[in-house]
Design a protein around this ligand. Structure first.
Ligand code: ADP
Ligand code: MG
Length: 291
């Protein structure tokens, strides 16, 4: 026979747009104390547009910088990749052929184009390589809260692409409701600090951390657990999978990657962070009915 709890929660979840992969984790939603969100594609739409292209003194113009970046990103499913492809398409740029594509999770991507190694990477990745880019236009894009990625050819930085994303209007409501229920809301992102801080202010988050690599996202979740708190992780990307697996309740956003969905305990059908609040309410209602 189907246990009562399964029957009740399956009916509730089908109606509410959730797929529960781990029932014990769903039950833990009743006692959550903190929620950790990914930024890109989770709290934000993840629908980037190219705001500007800045060549960085390697003899390439804007079109060439964007052409190389787009040739590489044609193989990536990252939201930034989709934005760069859209930017190239809008400018009528034909894509060059790329081979040997490789994802650098939380950092960027790499491929071979015209016999050269082309990479698109985060500011943090450049810094870790000991490369320092000082350019007024790039600094201005950072200050404006844009996501900046660098295009690197055979180890030389040839340009930067600044992209703009928007915070989901539903995110503000989700954070407000979770905080009203007494939960601590935090954001972890692989993006740069100015972007993270702007989103944090906009949403009233309790804490934000920037330039966090995938394994560091999992470590941050573990550190919260070490304080004795029950924590949920909400994410959409390949980079979120370790943290989704580490958390007490891993929640994957609807339009996210398969890797995230497989690491999660619950998969949302929609892309609405308010569904996290719905999970809490559902878990409480489901298990209250059994008592
Ligand atoms: P988030 O944690 O906000 O979802 P990610 O961890 O996926 O972000 O990515 C972190 C950073 O790595 C991005 O802000 C970007 O700078 C860089 N990055 C990752 N993947 C790509 C890619 N395919 N193209 C360009 N940049 C990328
Ligand atoms: Mg993401």
């Amino acid at each position: 026979a189907v246990p009562l709890v399964v029957a009740v929660s399956t009916e509730l979840t089908a109606r509410n747009g959730l797929l529960i992969r781990d029932r014990a984790a769903f039950e833990r939603a009743r006692s959550l104390q903190a929620v950790v969100f990914d930024k890109t594609g989770t709290l934000t739409e993840g629908r980037f547009g190219v705001a500007s292209v800045v060549p960085l003194g390697a003899g390439m113009d804007e079109v060439e910088v964007l052409r190389l970046a787009a040739g590489l990103e044609a193989f990536s499913e990252h939201p930034i990749a989709q934005g760069i492809l859209r930017g190239a398409d809008e400018r009528g740029i034909a894509l060059p052929a790329a081979t040997d594509f490789r994802n650098l999770p939380g950092e960027g991507a790499r491929a071979t184009i015209d016999g050269r190694t082309v990479e698109v990477v985060s500011p943090g990745t450049l810094r870790r390589r000991g490369i320092d880019v000082t350019d007024g236009r790039v600094a201005a894009e950072h200050l404006a809260g844009r996501t900046v990625v660098f295009v690197v050819v055979d180890g030389t930085v040839v340009g930067a692409v600044a992209l703009a994303d928007v915070v989901r209007p539903e995110s503000r409501e989700a954070v407000r409701q979770l905080q009203a229920l007494g939960l601590r809301c935090m954001m972890l992102t692989g993006d740069a600090k100015p972007v993270a801080e702007q989103v944090g202010r906009e949403l009233g988050l309790d804490e934000v951390r920037a330039e966090v690599l995938p394994h560091q996202k999992a470590e941050a979740v573990q550190a919260i657990q070490a304080k004795g708190l029950t924590v949920a992780m909400v994410g959409d990307g390949v980079n979120d999978a370790p943290a989704l697996a580490q958390s007490d309740l891993g929640i994957a956003i609807g339009a996210g990657t398969d890797v995230a969905a497989e690491a999660a305990d619950i998969v949302l059908v929609r892309n609405d962070p308010r569904d996290v609040v719905a999970i809490l309410a559902l878990a409480r209602a489901t298990y209250a009915k059994m008592a």
